[in-house]
Design a protein around this ligand. Sequence first.
Ligand code: B1M
Length: 211
Amino acid sequence: MSEILQKIAENLYDGEEEKVSALVQDALDKEMAPEEILSGGLIAGMDQVGRDFKAGDLFVPEVLIAARAMHAGMDILRPLLSEVDAAGAGKLVIGTVKGDLHDIGKNLVKMMLEGAAFQTVDLGTDVEPQAFVDAVREHQPELVGMSALLTTTMVNMKATIEALEEAGQRESVKVMIGGAPVTAAFAKEIGADAYAPDAAAAVDTARDLVA
Ligand code: B1M
């Protein structure tokens, strides 16, 4: 890993929001690709946070501060990842399901899809099944994307698909799901159209679903 990417990852881990912003800008000034800064710096740092949180070496406040630093870096990269292609690839309504407040992965997926010229409607976190239904009715997307990070909220993906079915809207959209506890087998079990393990795969999967 290059020195600057390593510094981005380390400062993100330490929650140094301003330093992360400055380093990301510095990497861009050195003509590093936004995708490389995202995966080799920001995501690498957040992965380490995840591992140490799991091991009990970090606690919720530290994770929140690191997440804020991640967002600061993502704010700088977002417009650059989004300017790749102005032509519309399709429209997606995306959100983190009811009961779940994790949004870093969902935001990354959204950013990457926007970079691939998808138009996105972001419903945020803790999204009720009915809010997905209302958004589909209002925005008429080709795709619905759901994210869940908790094993206890995965069931709300199923509840959302059922709500779409009850509203007669299931046939009009393809449903893609993802998040750390989600698997392809789970996607199949609840009747989703696809599962994507990460943000890059989400772009390929969304393209396939729309094609
Ligand atoms: Co939470 N948390 N958290 N947390 N947190 C996890 C998920 C956990 C695994 C940590 C652990 O114990 N090891 C654990 C869940 C355990 C379980 O359910 N089995 C957990 C827990 C328990 C909790 C709380 C209950 C803790 C508490 O309060 N005691 C609480 C729940 C709050 C709630 O949601 N109701 C909680 C709170 C929080 C914070 C608020 C502190 C913070 C969230 C901040 C935020 O998101 N704004 C937080 C964080 C940051 C984490 C970890 C450390 C990191 C998650 C993350 O952002 N990863 C996480 C541990 C871990 O995952 N290792 C953990 C980085 C991100 C880039 O990856 O989100 O997986 P990810 O997204 C990937 C892919 O999954 C995929 O693409 C993304 C990019 O490649 N993907 C999709 C995601 N969505 C997709 C959608 C798609 C396609 C692909 O299509 C639409």
